[in-house]
Ligand binder design. Structure first.
Ligand SMILES: [Zn+2]
Length: 267
């Protein structure tokens, strides 16, 4: 039997949705990869709170928030290589490349040797880890402040964020139609953002939410618990992650939306 790996996930909305264990697409695919390799994965804190799927439909989400991975016993390099390969797999699929920030956001802690490294086997100092923890807390606090802001426009009540960061750049009206959530009308207050929309640099929308129940279309069990990956085919059947009972969190303008139909138009 292989070792157990403990993962401490970051909940950017902890001030608004406390006591939740949220996992995003990239991290979940990494977890599924590790489980497929025979590792037992525990999510911190080890309590009865169910793991829930945090969806964001933008490419920038992958490993942009710190993930802490703890293990004991095995050789660091084996686990590190496995994690690095898992992340590479996720990136290859989405045509994204890793960066120093991403490498340093995956913090691997060997509980036996007390060694702390990133996915390219470089040491990460305690100072750096503390800075990351502080940043996480500050971001959660900033999101809480954003959520309590009141729109100056009576008909545009939904805040519009930029790249899922705790920064409101405009206000809009959100409606539900046959295709899902749509921003019917909006005002973008940030001048630089307006310029980037005009030049086509920012061109899409992305919604963040928590799916309280997500079901795998292949095995019909809880998608966060099984090892199938949405978008991959199993016996010629493509796996889909069916999101049920979702809670809307925020809508962001993004440079590259995952859903290429999710585009914006400036008028
Ligand atoms: Zn499944």
């Amino acid at each position: 039997m292989k070792d157990e790996i403990v993962i401490d996930l970051f909940n950017p909305y902890s001030r608004l949705f406390p006591n939740r264990k949220l996992v995003d697409k990239g991290t979940l695919e990494l977890i599924k990869h590790l489980r497929t390799e025979g590792y037992t994965i525990k999510i911190k804190p080890d309590n009865e709170v169910p793991l829930q799927y945090l969806f964001k439909k933008g490419y920038h989400e992958f490993f942009t928030d710190p993930v802490y991975i703890f293990f004991a016993g095995a050789a660091s390099s084996v686990v590190t290589t496995l994690i690095a390969n898992g992340i590479q797999k996720v990136f290859d699929k989405w045509g994204k490349s890793s960066s120093n920030t991403i490498n340093n956001n995956v913090i691997i802690i060997n509980k036996t040797t007390n060694e702390t490294i990133n996915i390219v086997n470089q040491p990460i100092s305690k100072g750096e880890i503390n800075d990351k923890r502080k940043k996480v807390k500050t971001n959660a606090e900033r999101f809480k402040q954003c959520f309590s802001m009141v729109s100056p426009y009576p008909n545009l009540q939904t805040p519009i964020y930029l790249e899922h960061k705790p920064q409101i750049v405009g206000w809009g009206r959100l409606d539900l139609d046959n295709n899902g959530l749509v921003v019917e009308e909006s005002i973008i207050l940030d001048k630089i953002v307006r310029k980037k929309i005009r030049s086509g640099k920012i061109k899409g929308l992305s919604v963040t939410g928590i799916s309280e129940t997500s079901i795998c279309s292949i095995c019909e069990s809880d998608y966060v618990q099984c090892n199938h990956i949405a978008g991959e085919t199993y016996n010629n059947v493509m796996c889909a992650n069916e999101l049920h009972e979702s809670i809307f969190i925020e809508v962001s303008l993004v440079c590259v939306p995952i859903n290429e139909k999710c585009l914006i138009k400036m008028i």
